[in-house]
Design a binder for this molecule. Structure first.
Ligand SMILES: NC(=O)c1ccc[n+]([C@@H]2O[C@H](COP(=O)([O-])OP(=O)(O)OC[C@H]3O[C@@H](n4cnc5c(N)ncnc54)[C@H](OP(=O)(O)O)[C@@H]3O)[C@@H](O)[C@H]2O)c1
Length: 316
């Protein structure tokens, strides 16, 4: 039964949303920020049903800061806040200089290994070289503090057939929990598609953003059909999306889906694609972490709103 509230008489001329706004005195949509008390949106890994927070963290460049005192303090504060806000997926690679070691050392110092979902990659050719590199990554990230590595991915599909054979053995032996492949460019989508169709993958990591949309032509649908989790890299197009909107205010209608910043606009657009499991913006800036995790709080745009968002960016 609907109880007519006191004070404001809803009229046929007021929309339900407007009536609610008048009743509550709140803006049309309330922006909810990430806080330790606010659960983040989580999405299931299709292979297992395990839930992952939908915003993670990329470490390329951002965590390649061994020996740099000021940057290490920043990275530590960023990782600490990331874990405190309930996020978990952190992506690295032996290609990212000292990032794996910095991540491992900081996570150990903060005592957060158990709370993180650690993903790294293999980026070399040959079976023995791959095994050596993967063992080195696991040691550098101090994975023993949490159990098996969560996710090992073949970076840019380098010698994928060889490494995936090793990784199927490792997975069967409980040395890694999930296996995947990555790329960052649409030129490799045909090869990625072949890898997905070949089977045996739990994850695919690819670029997808308002600046790089081609993955939704085929790949995202294929991943969903094949029940493969999707990690989105370059979700902010390497930061170039911010150049595109410089000097442009966030449109007022972004508040309708709880969006309070351009970063959240870009990330919520990605998360609103149903095939996406997690996006991993790269940063060691604590404020950016808070901002980015806000995209995994509250509403997401529907399909019509996503089209409006894309058209808005195209018109800038
Ligand atoms: N082939 C592969 O496997 C592959 C390829 C590319 C990337 N990746 C993975 O994906 C991750 C993300 O990609 P990416 O780092 O290249 O690009 P990205 O996440 O699209 O963009 C990173 C840039 O966005 C900026 N940024 C982050 N959050 C922000 C915010 N809230 N407000 C304003 N600026 C913000 C960062 O600035 P600051 O630097 O100032 O913090 C940085 O310049 C990588 O770190 C890596 O882990 C994998």
């Amino acid at each position: 039964m609907l109880i007519e509230p006191q004070g404001v008489a809803p009229t046929p001329f007021l929309s339900r949303r407007r009536t609610l706004q008048l009743l509550t005195g709140l803006p049309l949509a309330v922006h909810l920020s990430a806080s330790p008390a606010t659960p983040l949106l989580r999405r299931p890994i299709p292979a297992s049903g395990e839930l992952l927070p939908a915003i993670g963290l990329g470490t390329w460049q951002a965590f390649d800061v061994a020996g740099q005192a000021e940057e290490l303090v920043q990275a530590r504060a960023a990782l600490s806040r990331f874990a405190e806000l309930g996020a978990s997926v952190v992506d690295s690679s032996p290609m990212y200089g000292t990032s794996e070691s910095v991540l491992g050392e900081l996570a150990a110092a903060l005592g957060v290994h158990q709370r993180l979902f650690l993903a790294t990659k293999v980026w070399t050719s040959g079976r023995e070289a791959g095994i050596r590199q993967m063992e080195q990554s696991i040691a550098r990230m101090r994975v023993a503090l949490k159990g098996p590595l969560d996710l090992m991915q073949v970076h840019n599909l380098v010698d994928a057939k060889t490494h995936l054979a090793t990784l199927q053995d490792w997975k069967a032996a409980g040395r890694v929990r999930y296996v995947g492949v990555t790329h960052y460019h649409e030129g490799a989508y045909a090869e990625i598609e072949r890898a997905l169709r070949a089977g045996g993958l739990d994850f695919v990591q690819i670029n997808y953003s308002l600046a790089e949309r081609s993955a939704d032509r085929r790949l995202l649908g294929l991943a969903a059909d094949m029940r493969i989790a999707v990690i989105v890299n370059r979700p902010l197009a390497g930061g170039s999306l911010f150049g595109r909107i410089r000097g442009t205010p966030l449109p007022g209608w972004a508040a309708e889906f709880g969006c309070a910043s351009w970063a959240q606009f870009f990330l919520k657009w990605i998360l609103a694609h149903p095939a996406v499991t997690c996006a991993i913006p790269g940063t060691r800036n604590r404020k950016y972490i808070e901002d980015n995790l806000g995209a995994a709080v509250g509403a997401l745009p529907d399909a019509a709103m996503r089209r409006k968002m894309a058209a808005h960016i195209d018109a800038l």
